[in-house]
Design a protein around this ligand. Structure first.
Ligand code: G
Ligand code: G
Ligand code: MN
Ligand code: NA
Length: 257
């Protein structure tokens, strides 16, 4: 309960307790950075770093996900413009995680539109990541929200793909641009009993449906090679970079190692 009050204060206050870290997305064919995923961090004055795994559920159950979600969208979009994502030429995309609870709010498209207008980020430079559950619950309502978001022109990605139960029929019906292959399938490529079947199947599914594929959680060179050979488009993971504070992420973008 105290933590809920603390989160409210962190959102109101100007102490910069909330921050975004940025993890690059890499094009497997070229090794180029093609964007970043924003990941929220909370530096609690007493408890120290609190993981989003712990405070996102709290934000969802207290309604604070609304102001928190808006803040994350605005901060990530502002940073993307500061890094020149709005410039023509190099096509860079900022990805933001959006909770299922935010999709339950029919004004999500208006919030996204107003953040884009305030920051000047072109819609196609922003990608919203959702879990499969968004496709499987409150289907008609969520489909309407996703279609409005597509009208605005933002990209849509399914996060942790392969861990939920979305049917192929749903996948076809929803206007999704990108499948993010869950880290567990990447891990299995090099595990004790190596298995490439699931990762390969998701890459092929993406190709059949005209969706880009992103491999999550690449930690080893062998995983990078295997996914590139399969024709996976993009990747993230500690092998390339951990999520970084804005300053370090900006240096990496200007000056890739
Ligand atoms: O870096 P990592 O520990 O940040 O992220 C842990 C989990 O928290 C992941 O599932 C990630 O998607 C989620 N997460 C990180 N940032 C955000 C955010 O801004 N909004 C939401 N809804 N989830 C986030
Ligand atoms: O649910 P989502 O995919 O948004 O969460 C991303 C989470 O994965 C974040 O907690 C991020 O820090 C973490 N992450 C990113 N790359 C790697 C990786 O290579 N290995 C592991 N174990 N975690 C990663
Ligand atoms: Mn994500
Ligand atoms: Na994920």
């Amino acid at each position: 309960l105290q933590l809920g009050a603390d989160l409210r204060r962190a959102l109101d206050g100007d102490a910069n307790e909330l921050q975004l870290h940025y993890q690059p997305t890499i094009e497997l064919r070229t090794g180029d950075i093609v964007g970043f995923e924003a990941l929220v961090r909370w530096r609690h004055p007493v408890r120290g770093m609190i993981s989003p795994v712990d405070f996102i559920p709290l934000a969802e159950s207290t309604g604070l996900i609304r102001p928190l979600g808006r803040w994350v969208l605005a901060e990530a979009s502002r940073q993307a413009v500061a890094w020149g994502f709005d410039q023509p030429g190099r096509a860079l995309t900022m990805a933001v995680n959006v909770s299922g609870v935010q999709f339950d709010q029919p004004d999500l498209p208006q919030i996204v539109a107003s953040v884009l207008a305030e920051t000047g980020l072109p819609p196609d430079r922003l990608c919203l990541e959702m879990t499969e559950s968004v496709l499987m619950t409150d289907t008609e309502e969520n489909l309407a929200v996703l279609l409005s978001l597509k009208d605005i022109g933002v990209k849509l990605a399914i996060d942790d793909f392969g861990t939920g139960y979305s049917s192929l029929a749903y996948l076809r019906r929803f206007p999704v641009d990108t499948l993010k292959i869950d880290r567990s399938f990447v891990e299995r490529l090099t595990g004790a009993a190596p298995d490439a079947a699931l990762a390969r199947t998701i890459v092929q599914l993406g190709q059949s449906l005209g969706m880009a594929t992103v491999a999550e959680g690449i930690e080893q060179y062998a995983q990078f090679l295997a996914l590139r050979r399969m024709g996976c488009d993009l990747a993230q993971g500690y092998y390339f970079s951990r999520p970084l504070p804005a300053g370090e992420a900006g240096r990496l973008l200007r000056d890739p190692a």
